[in-house]
Design a protein. Sequence first.
Length: 288
Amino acid sequence: MTTYTTLISATELQTLAASGAPLMVFDCSCDLMQPALGAQQYQEAHIPGAVFADLNNDLSARHGDATAASGGRHPLPSRERFAMWLSSVGFANGMQAVAYDRQGANYCGRLWWMLKWAGHDAVAVLDGGLQAWQAAGGAVASGTEPAHFQSNFVLGEPLRQLATAADVRARLGQPGQNVIDARAAPRFRGEVEPLDPVAGHIPGALNRPFGQNIGADGRFKPAAVLRAEFDALLAGRDAATVVHQCGSGVSAVPNLIAMEVAGLGKTSLFAGSWSEWCSDPSRPVEKG
């Protein structure tokens, strides 16, 4: 069976589903300003058999949870708690996972990264999301899917690296760390800040809004194009030193995926991101 580890096309997913291979598809649709909208969109139309993965309830820890693996607006749950959720929806170690949304890959990367962090390599993002699936003639279902039997997902060694606020601060200004901020340019520059109490960015960070990875067709740009764009952004800096962040660690992941598609290797994620960084007034802030 072919294993997909970064992106999967709609036609590849159709072929995989028809083959009867062990597969679970996750709908990660979300809207930060309307938390209930993702579940509503799932109810209205989703890939048949897909499990809904709620950013706030399934892919984030509760605020104040002492076991959380990060701070910020969307605290990363512990690997153990995530494994419990995977088991509760019937996901098993031998399955291929496919994650999608309908928001330009803004949210489904969170599940992709978390599965890698849990030691599961066979996970891919549906390139182009639900729109690409429907454009390829894929059927959609509505309502709620039948519950899956409980599984026993077993954690493996993390396949992607998590950077903490302490890690980022300790390496600030050093050549061994280069932060890439995925937020929109006005937020990066500190001109506006609609979500967090402090405006600005981590000193020395580079800015690449996550939407720049997506072409006019709604899919990730070709590998060669992504490579050229990241090479220009890094301007000779070592790709292996990159740490990705955004506002709360969610929309940073498309940049991380794009670097892997471009052949630039595995990079780190600061999951707490700007919302965690700016929560401590002793941490430096840069504007402009």
